[in-house]
Design a protein around this ligand. Structure first.
Ligand SMILES: *Cc1c(COP(=O)(O)O)cnc(C)c1O
Length: 376
């Protein structure tokens, strides 16, 4: 069986974990944590990085930092993972779900503009499949209405956006705050893991405090204060050094991992284009302002029935293909709180999108051969 995902190990994970264990310092914010955070700050110019136990936790930190609470509204795409919305729900905010573009699952800024009210505080663009949202348009709306932007960059490591000014910026560096995931299904992994990026310097000090259970311990360790104590809300958002050691083994190999994933993605794209030209399905849409970080290769079928048949037929060929998000506005938890607006593009992606296997050790020819049989 060709599975949908297979976590890739670079070979050094256990060695670095052993180093962390032998160092005698295995709680958070040690050498490996600092090394990983510095890697991101140097390579991508992120202002301040804090490793977290998951992207969900990074989003929760971001939600706390935005200061939203009851009575406030947060605009989130409906076609996304639960955490993009849940983090803000936990702070008491109301989620206003927004539709996707027609041609790709990212949030449509034209729809965002219609949803902004006097209660709106935050926009959460999710870079689906690691492909950039239309960030110029989103940042422009945010500036005009004095809103904060939290990028859900869970899938968007090593991907870029080129603005109208011609400058190419890494995803996660554009919003006030951003969250990445190192879950085992992402390009770079640590089992469970994530990272908060703080681009707006106003939030740096408080982010460190929230990260460390509401204490100013980080300042104490830097010698900036002579005792530390409870100064704010927060939680234990930082991962242990064991997780950071694993992550470092992955980051050292980022370019190699990305190159292989892109090769697989390109191979899919070249070989599946004739099927798309015949109208069997459509291929991922990468707007001119976005790069492709080969996080995901998806197909969009004309309807739910055709997608269901495809997944079954591929399974019969021993290849596991999976659909993706169920629309959050129609979820058991939120349907009753949603204002009833139809989100047709989101519904279509929920019904018609299917993800192909994509991992470092995959031979894409196996999948392409199976598709050739199924779609002959
Ligand atoms: C994976 C993912 C998350 C959650 O990441 P965790 O690290 O598992 O918490 C959030 N948002 C999006 C868009 C994701 O793909």
């Amino acid at each position: 069986m060709t599975t949908f995902n297979k976590p890739y190990m670079t070979g050094r994970e256990t060695e670095y974990i052993r180093l962390a264990v032998e160092s005698g310092k295995i709680s958070g914010n040690g050498i490996f944590t600092k090394r990983c955070q510095a890697f991101f700050e140097e390579r991508y110019g992120f202002r301040k990085c804090l490793l977290t136990t998951s992207c969900t936790d990074a989003l929760e930190m971001a939600a706390i930092l935005t200061g939203v609470g009851p009575g406030d509204e947060v605009i989130v795409p409906s076609y996304t993972f639960v955490s993009s919305a849940l983090a803000f729900v936990r702070q008491g905010a109301k989620i206003v779900f927004c539709d996707s573009f027609r041609d790709n699952p990212n949030i449509d800024p034209v729809e965002i503009e219609k949803l902004v009210s006097s209660r709106t505080k935050v926009i959460v663009p999710v870079h689906y499949a690691g492909v950039a949202c239309d960030m110029d348009a989103i940042m422009d709306i945010a500036r005009r209405h004095d809103l904060l932007v939290v990028e859900d960059a869970a899938q968007a490591i090593d991907s870029f956006y080129t603005g109208k000014d011609g400058v190419r910026r890494p995803l996660g560096s554009i919003g006030h705050l951003a969250a990445f995931s190192f879950h085992e299904t992402k390009n770079i992994i640590s089992g469970e893991g994530g990272m908060l990026v703080v681009n707006d310097p106003r939030f740096i000090r408080r982010a460190e405090i929230i990260w460390e259970k509401g204490t100013n311990r980080a300042e104490f360790f830097r010698g900036e204060v002579n005792k530390y104590g409870w100064v704010d809300t927060g939680s234990s958002f930082l991962p242990s050094e064991i997780v950071a050691a694993f992550l470092w083994a992955q980051l050292e190999n980022l370019d190699r991992i990305q190159a292989r994933r892109r090769q697989i993605w390109d191979s899919y794209h070249a070989q599946l284009s004739p099927f798309a030209a015949r109208g069997e399905f459509s291929l991922p849409d990468i707007p001119g302002y976005a790069t492709n970080n080969a996080h995901m290769f998806y197909l969009v079928f004309p309807d739910l029935e055709k997608r269901t048949k495809f997944i079954g037929d591929m399974k019969a060929q021993d290849v596991q293909c999976v659909f993706h998000y169920l629309a959050l506005h129609a979820s058991a938890f939120y349907a009753g709180k949603h204002d009833g607006r139809a989100l047709p593009n989101c519904d279509r992606f929920a019904d018609c999108l299917v993800r192909m296997p994509l991992f470092y050790e995959l031979d894409p020819e196996i999948v392409v051969r199976a598709i050739s049989k199924v779609c002959s």
